[in-house]
Design a protein around this ligand. Structure first.
Ligand code: FES
Ligand SMILES: [Fe+2]
Length: 418
């Protein structure tokens, strides 16, 4: 249980709030590179700020205020030019540093006034990596966009999946350090959703949590499992500060504002050995629905949709003054304590956890990966089909989220040779 003050402290993300300050010290994935194949501007709401993400005709990305500083027109309806974004109302032009580089009428009528030099629009650094576009809203100097090891793996089909989840980000991230829910939410509930009464999943017997440089590892031992099982020897990763990393996919919980979260998944599926060498062209991206169009409720057919059901079910902002934590929640407590001590570190002028600034460190940064050998070296089609986890990812429909478009499914099957 948390008191109301701490609950607000951990959940509020706006500018000027402590956690808003902490989260602004990390790069956040906000869009996919391939989204800009057929458009050049995307309105973005991030950490409670309304912004305009664009790619200009020279290929430079910019992230600027949503509203033009002239008379507040919506820059998401502007248009890009060779260098920068132009407001569609009176034509003021801005570059990615937020400078106003043209004011067409003022430049003619009063050139000596240099009015444009007095105008500066909010702008934030943007970088593309791993098919994602990342934004940094924090103080300079910005750290590096992490070069996580899977971003450098070969012979994989990667897709990026978004969903907007109408609740606070922190309850989404608490799911990243909650091994027990796997048994109930994903295994046993799925059995009952199919109207079967069993058999239920093997039960968790032990769970352990360990902190490391980039987050926490959680390990599980379930009935029938040996202690040499990679789920017990390696486990899964709650990646700092807002991510679940399961070895072949990342799930970022990106705060849109206090009441909404952008779920961003980067999923790697290793092609079978028979399909090597495989070099992916563009990384496809798609948005999945969260509400069940036919019914009055949430989609529950896919793994992450099930997670979404839990998150939104906890309330827009979970009321942690009313919870009752047990021994299964040790990771939840560790994560809260770490965030609270990181807030103190920031107040002392230090970096919070897992900030990477050294380029020598930021090269294919290794993370705990239970199936690393299989994901890097690959398996044959026959071996993949027999694998209890990777087999589903390889041969089935996309298991994590509902709504994969037909063209992405076709590209996936082509890559896998299915
Ligand atoms: S409101 Fe943007 S140029 Fe006038
Ligand atoms: Fe889950």
């Amino acid at each position: 249980m948390l008191d109301e003050v701490k609950n607000q402290l951990l959940t509020q993300v706006g500018a000027g709030t402590p956690m808003g300050g902490l989260l602004r010290r990390y790069w956040m994935p906000i869009a996919a590179v391939s989204e800009f194949d057929d458009k050049s501007i995307k309105p973005v709401r991030l950490l409670g700020e309304n912004l305009t993400l664009y790619k200009d005709l020279s290929g430079t990305y910019g992230l600027v205020d949503r509203h033009c500083p002239h008379r507040r027109a919506d820059l998401a309806y502007g248009f890009v030019e060779q260098c920068g974004i132009r407001c569609n109302y009176h034509g003021w032009l801005f570059d990615q540093e937020g400078r106003c580089t043209e004011q067409p009428y003022e430049d003619v009528a009063q050139p000596q006034a240099n009015f444009k030099d007095k105008i500066r629009i909010t702008s934030y650094p943007v970088q593309a990596k791993a098919g994602l576009i990342w934004a940094y809203l924090g103080p300079e100097p910005a750290p590096l966009v992490p070069d996580w090891e899977p971003f450098t793996w070969k012979n994989g089909f990667v897709e990026i999946v978004f969903a907007e989840v109408p609740c606070n980000w922190f309850q989404c991230q608490e799911n990243s350090i909650d091994p027990l829910h796997f048994e109930w939410m994903h295994m046993n509930w799925s059995v009952r959703l199919k109207d079967q009464v069993g058999p239920y999943s093997p039960r968790h017997l032990r769970i352990e949590f360990e902190e490391f440089d980039y987050g926490f590892v959680y390990r599980r031992l379930r009935e029938g499992m040996s202690e040499s099982d990679p789920m017990w020897t390696t486990g899964r990763v709650c990646l700092w500060p807002n991510t679940l990393f399961t070895g072949d996919h990342f799930e970022w919980r990106v705060p849109i504002d206090d009441e909404n979260t952008l779920s961003v998944t980067w999923a790697f599926t290793r092609v079978p050995k028979e399909r090597e060498p495989y070099v992916q062209g563009a990384i496809p991206a798609w948005h999945g629905p969260v509400r069940d169009a036919g019914k009055d409720g949430w989609i529950s057919s896919h793994i992450m949709n099930q997670d979404f059901v839990a998150w939104v079910g906890q309330g827009v902002v979970a009321d942690r003054t009313k919870e009752h934590l047990g021994s299964s929640d040790r990771g939840i407590i560790l994560q809260r304590q770490r965030f609270l001590s990181d807030l103190e570190a920031i107040a002392r002028g230090e970096d919070p956890k897992a900030i990477i600034r050294d380029p020598a460190v930021n090269r294919s940064v290794p993370l705990p990966v239970a199936e690393r050998k299989l994901l890097v070296d690959g398996l044959t089609q026959a071996e993949l089909l027999k694998h209890p986890i990777l087999g589903h990812h390889y041969a089935g429909d996309y298991v994590f989220q509902a709504g994969r478009p037909a063209e992405v499914a076709a590209a996936f099957k082509e890559a896998m040779g299915i």
